[in-house]
Ligand binder design. Structure first.
Ligand code: SF4
Ligand code: SF4
Length: 208
């Protein structure tokens, strides 16, 4: 099992944006005439933003820029992804896990993603579903993290943080919350969260 920090996720890696691009500055003029204008009115993205709103910000698309991410890792599955992916591949749930998926531990929990084909002991590599012609072999049934990865959009990073906080952190599990808070306390990115901000202030009070 791989632990957090050992590999960069494919779609996540391509979704990284400069740290100064926070939700409060999410409406650059370049997007004002785009078909997404209506959807953008739901910004800023917060943890409780519903999935259908998130998906309206991440319409299905495919181009060479995101493909690079698929050569460096793979995206995490949500629990709702297993059945459609198994059906799409024509395999059982256990065959899916054994033949196509690997586990990764994040925030005290085990998660699944498509196997990464690593070479020469390197921590990164191509996703098992990345085809030679540069396409995703499971495009209609790909993991939710891949579906919400929009590296070319100014809110791409917020979409990844939304996924992280809704699917990778278990808010019913104290250990998972502790690990997430530790990650944020060490400088990891998160969506605006008043509770965590207060904790951080208590740990490092502002100097007058
Ligand atoms: S499942 Fe598809 S989109 Fe996701 S990392 Fe693999 S090849 Fe890329
Ligand atoms: S999110 Fe953007 S960069 Fe990625 S495949 Fe879609 S259009 Fe291309």
């Amino acid at each position: 099992m791989k632990r957090v920090g050992e590999v960069s996720f494919g779609p996540l890696a391509s979704a990284r944006l400069p740290s100064e691009r926070l939700p409060s500055v999410l409406l650059p003029s370049v997007h004002r005439k785009s078909p997404l204008k209506k959807s953008l009115s739901i910004l800023p993205i917060i943890r409780s933003t519903p999935l259908d709103k998130i998906l309206s910000l991440a319409p299905p698309c495919s181009c060479s820029h995101c493909r690079h991410g698929c050569t460096m890792g793979s995206g995490m599955l949500a629990k709702e992804d297993f059945a459609p992916m198994a059906e799409f591949l024509g395999v059982s749930g256990s065959q899916l896990r054994e033949q196509f998926l690997e586990t990764v531990e994040l925030f005290g929990k085990e998660h699944f993603r498509p196997k990464i084909l690593r070479k020469e002991g390197k921590p990164y590599g191509q996703c098992i579903f990345f085809s030679g012609d540069g396409k995703c072999k499971v495009h209609p049934a790909k993991p939710l993290q891949c579906r919400v990865a929009m590296g070319c959009k100014p809110y791409g990073e917020e979409l990844m943080l939304w996924f992280q906080e809704n699917y990778l952190v278990d808010w019913k599990d104290k250990q998972s919350i502790r690990e997430f808070e530790g990650y944020v306390g060490a400088g990891g990115k998160a969506l605006p969260n008043k509770k965590i901000e207060k904790k951080k202030e208590r740990i490092s009070p502002k100097r007058s």
